[in-house]
Design a protein around this ligand. Structure first.
Ligand code: PLP
Length: 417
């Protein structure tokens, strides 16, 4: 029996079929074949209770938040603040005031780059990112550096896609204002040593932002243990609605930061001459937020916590190992990103087929994967490719689906050989 077959016998720590039944979208057929959804790094599917929560809130409880003093609005405000508390609990933040709702990770990073940058970054300062960041954690810092005359420094990675920590240490200096790296790389799956990165940055006197878009659906996060100054997340990547996500920030740091977007809800008092700003988190939540989506996010947080992030991480790791094995057995396929610590992301390159063609052929077999640069062009440049095919697994995926992926890839290669 090939070694890969023996791995299917790993017993998941929960009933995967029962979990799959929670996700209505997964039971459909695509081109007559059962849907195999392996694009979870782009966006995750929603369990019925998240969909139902938003529907029920909109039909029975909807009201604006933080403004009305009538029952519907007061109730909606209470529920909204309860979700903030749930998110604080999920990440072990010291206080719910440290959680700011945004539209997602992109807006959260832009908020920090703009606001922290405006107050604390000056000409000649340095910002450090890594070579394996999403564009959302690259472009805002480039813009800040251009505006302020600051410099962007980049931590290089080795051929496995791991940050070279010795090089990182050399980049740190008294000029470093911010170190901003992802917890998990969306293009490669590398899990970065963020606790060590944070410790070293703090020793140099810099602040730290961790882009948690890819880690929050898979790993237990403890922001106090990491000790980072900022941590971001996106609801649509953690089984919740799109259009909502957020930023954790240490309260003492947030308190010193100016507003990013201004308008209603973020003020203490407005006169024509001058505006006094509200304290965080309101200072950073101008305008009417994504109220219904926040309710759905709260339900998603409950859902993943009930399954248990430890169990999720354990099972997804087994999927990663299995997927790595079955794909590695395919001639002509190279896995890009082979770090010792990885999340369940499998990026690969096939010499004879462009990733866009791979995606189209796999789609004919009902398999949904992503082909492209994954909004991480500097990562692609580092590995000498313009694009990869990426399969990203979630706890609702099964070992058999990875077999289906491998079989479909083999068929695609045969067609092109
Ligand atoms: N950072 C990483 C690592 C990502 O994978 C993504 C999305 O794919 C983002 C940031 C941007 O997240 P969003 O589009 O939810 O704002």
């Amino acid at each position: 029996m090939p070694e890969s077959d023996t791995l299917t016998t790993v017993k998941p720590p929960f009933d995967v079929d029962k979990i799959r039944a929670d996700f209505p979208v997964l039971s459909q057929k695509v081109h007559g074949k059962p849907l195999v959804y392996l694009d979870n790094a782009a966006t995750t599917q929603k369990p019925r209770r998240v969909i139902e929560k938003v529907r029920q809130f909109d039909s029975e409880e909807y009201g604006t938040v933080r403004r009305g003093s009538y029952k519907l609005s007061e109730h909606a405000t209470q529920m909204f603040e309860d979700v903030r508390q749930k998110v604080a609990g999920l990440f072990n933040a010291a206080d719910k005031k440290e959680i700011i709702f945004t539209s997602g990770t992109t807006q959260a990073i832009n908020l920090v780059a703009y606001s922290f940058g405006k107050a604390f970054v000056k000409e000649g300062d340095e910002i450090i990112i890594s070579n394996i960041e999403h564009h959302a954690n690259t472009v805002p810092w480039q813009v800040l550096c251009e505006d302020k005359g600051a410099h962007l420094k980049v931590i290089p990675v080795n051929d496995r896609g791991e940050l070279i920590m010795e090089e990182y240490k050399k980049l740190l200096s008294s000029k470093t204002r911010m170190v901003s790296v992802n917890h998990v790389s969306n293009a490669l799956g590398t899990v970065n040593p963020i606790k060590e990165i944070t410790r070293l940055a703090h020793e140099a006197g810099a602040k730290v932002l961790i882009d948690g878009a890819q880690s929050t659906p898979h790993l237990k996060i403890d922001v106090q243990d990491i000790d980072c100054d900022f941590y971001t997340f996106s609801g649509h990547k953690m089984y919740g609605p799109s259009g909502v996500g957020g930023l954790y920030g240490k309260y003492d740091v947030l308190k010193e930061m100016p507003p990013y977007v201004t308008g209603g809800d973020m003020i203490r008092q407005v006169t024509i001459e001058k505006t006094l700003y509200a304290d965080p988190p309101a200072r950073f939540e101008a305008g009417t937020p994504a109220i219904s989506q926040v309710m759905g996010l709260g339900e998603a947080v409950d859902y993943i916590q009930e399954i248990g992030l430890d169990k999720i991480a354990e099972y997804e790791h087994a999927l990663l190992e299995y997927g790595t094995r079955v794909l590695s057995e395919i001639d002509g396929l190279n896995i890009i990103g082979t770090a010792a610590h990885k999340a369940s992301i499998l990026s690969f390159h096939i010499d004879v087929i462009h990733p866009h063609d791979v995606v189209t052929l796999l789609d004919q077999d009902g398999i949904a994967v992503r082909g492209g640069h994954h909004c991480a062009q500097p990562t692609m440049q580092r590995f000498g490719v313009s694009a990869t095919t990426r399969a990203s697994a979630s706890f609702y995926n099964k070992f058999e689906e990875l077999d289906a992926l491998a079989a479909s890839v083999r068929r695609a290669i045969k067609l092109f050989s």
